[in-house]
Structures are given as structure tokens and as C-alpha cells.
Design a protein around this ligand. Structure first.
Ligand SMILES: [Ca+2]
Length: 322
């Protein structure tokens, strides 16, 4: 399943980001990684991204530090989910001097200037990407596609409407979603179908090697927070590695709410086309009532093959020889 598919990954590791990186490094061609403040502050997310790449034997992948703070919003963190360091109980060793001095936004712009057919994967708040689009207006023509873990077709996690990555920086998300770049969205409605439990922790614990040990620690920490872990960011990367893991995806128009009294940070997904025919079905698989909903700027992942994902995850962690 290894491909030469080139990706740039913008992320805020983060437990589930770390699993996404482990999948990506093994199966895709990771040209660069940019860190953004989100789950924890940038000091930690930048350090953690470098830690995961070096632990896995991919220390040659360049990692760049981007923005710590959202464009306008007050910063929100998710240290209650990911631990104060962002990586649960793992004691991340002090790393060498900053690997790359260049700002992540400049590195991202340069990468898409010189690389063709590279997918941008976003696993955190969209601050870096929005700032890059503002700094280099041509960039939107050079990014063929974004795969984004963020938002939800249905309900949120931060509150009833909003998902964390979007609500942290709604203005940035709005810029990205309105950029015209095709977006494949892996929202909470999809990630909720992936529940990793103590069973998966035990399977990882049984594997040899430092990567497997770290993965087991991370997943155990996450499962202990809420009895199960959805590894949201890893679901997004899995779509690139093995498209059959996403068994249904629907094109729809999506706006990002930046003003609502209760709905700021919501991805307003117009799925009126797919209104379900059965009372047991909120969203059908096919167009039932076509409406003029505007440009379908998003392909939203809807259904997930958990068994196939789990197999990919375990086999990938097992394949690391460190
Ligand atoms: Ca993340």
C-alpha cells in the first residue's frame, strides 16, 4: 500500500496527530511538516512533531514552526485530552537546536511553489494555512487538494455545533473553506465511527519496538480519558493511504460560521440534497431532494470501515523496525 503520493502535513501534535504522522511517514512521501498551536501551545506541538519523526527514524523530514495563536480568537487548548505536553504521559526528551529556522508559512508557500501534485493535509487549526493563503495569493492555484480533519456534518465536540480545530480559529477556517481549493473533509461525524479501545492498546503493547511502545502509551492515555479514542487525525491520513477505508463521501457546500451566538466555529454543511427517506436516517447516500446550495466546495467523508482502518494501523505500527 506504500505510495509515492506527496503530502505536506500541517498539524498540532497531539495524540491523534502522532498516529497520523506514523501512518503517513510509512506509506506516503512526506515533503514537510508545519506545526501550529492547537491541542497545546506551539512550543510543544513543534517539539512533538520533531520527536515523532525522529523516534520513527524519519528525522530527515523537515519540520517548521508556524503560528501559535489564532488570527482573532482567544487561544483554546485541549490539554485535558492530550496532556500538558500534548503527548499524554510521554516524557519527550530535549531535542537538538531548532531544526528549521524558516517560518512554517514561508516553507509551505515555497513547497507548493516547487512541488507538483502534492496534497495538503491539515490536522489542526487552520491558522498557518490561512496566513499562507493571505501572504501568497497564488498559493490557492498551486494546492490541488486539501484533506482536512475538522468540522462536522452533524454535531460538534467543543459544543453542540463546533468541532475543536475549527472553533479554535474560525476566521482562518473561513478563509480556507472559501479559497476555492477542493477540500476533502474528515469531520467528527466520520471520526465517531472509529472507536479504539483497550483491545487496541493491548495489541499495540504486544508489539516489539520503541514506536509500538510509544503508540501503546499514547493510545492508552487517550482511551483512559474517555474509555475510547477516535484517533481523528489518523482517519484523515488513512483516506489518502487506502481510499476504501472511507466507504461513503458526499459532495456538499460548507460554510464556516464566524459570528453566531451559539454556532461560532460550526461548519454549516448543506446536505439538503441528501435528506434521508427513512426516520432512522438523517442523511441518505444519494441525492433525494436536489437544491441549489451553491458550489459544492467539500467532499465530506460519511462512512468508515473501522476494521480496515484498524488493520492498517496495527500493521503499520508493527512494520516500524525501531
Ligand atoms: Ca490535531
Amino acid at each position: 500500500m506504500e505510495t509515492s503520493k506527496k503530502v505536506w502535513i500541517d498539524c498540532d501534535p497531539g495524540i491523534d496527530d502522532s498516529f497520523a504522522l506514523l501512518l503517513a511517514m510509512k506509506h506516503l512521501s512526506v515533503v514537510g511538516i508545519s506545526a501550529v498551536g492547537g491541542n497545546t501551545g506551539l512550543d510543544h506541538t513543534f517539539r512533538n512533531a520533531r520527536y515523532v519523526t525522529e523516534l520513527a527514524g524519519y528525522g530527515d523530514i523537515p519540520v517548521y514552526a508556524g503560528y501559535d495563536m489564532p488570527m482573532f480568537a482567544k487561544p483554546e487548548r485541549a490539554e485535558n485530552i492530550h496532556g500538558n505536553s500534548g503527548l499524554g504521559n510521554i516524557m519527550v526528551p530535549r531535542l537538538k537546536e531548532a531544526q528549521r529556522k524558516e517560518h512554517a508559512v514561508d516553507a509551505l508557500i515555497d513547497a507548493f511553489r516547487y512541488q507538483k501534485d502534492m496534497t495538503l493535509v491539515t490536522l489542526g487549526p487552520l491558522t498557518n494555512v490561512a496566513q499562507a493563503l493571505l501572504k501568497e495569493p497564488e498559493l490557492k492555484h498551486r494546492i490541488p487538494e486539501i484533506i482536512s480533519m475538522g468540522g462536522s456534518v452533524t454535531t460538534g465536540n467543543y459544543n453542540a455545533c463546533a468541532e475543536f480545530n475549527i472553533v479554535v480559529d474560525p476566521e482562518a477556517a473561513k478563509i480556507v473553506f472559501e479559497s476555492g481549493i477542493p477540500i476533502r473533509m474528515v469531520g467528527l461525524n466520520l471520526c465517531r465511527q472509529n472507536s479504539m479501545t483497550k483491545d487496541e492498546v493491548e495489541q499495540l503493547k504486544a508489539l516489539p519496538g520503541l514506536v509500538a511502545a510509544a503508540a501503546a502509551d499514547l493510545l492508552e492515555y487517550s482511551v483512559n480519558q474517555g474509555r475510547q479514542s477516535q484517533l481523528c487525525d489518523a482517519c484523515a491520513i488513512a483516506w489518502l493511504i487506502d481510499p476504501a477505508i472511507i466507504t461513503c463521501a458526499l459532495p456538499m457546500h460548507v460554510d464556516v460560521e464566524t459570528k453566531g451566538e451559539f454556532t461560532r466555529g460550526m461548519t454549516v454543511c448543506d446536505y439538503r440534497d441528501y435528506i434521508g427517506m427513512s426516520p432512522k436516517e438523517d442523511i441518505g447516500r444519494e441525492v433525494c431532494y436536489p437544491v441549489d446550495s451553491g458550489e459544492k466546495n467539500v467532499l465530506a467523508a460519511m462512512e468508515f470501515d473501522k476494521a480496515r482502518f484498524k488493520e492498517l494501523l496495527i500493521q503499520t505500527i508493527k512494520s516500524y523496525e525501531v
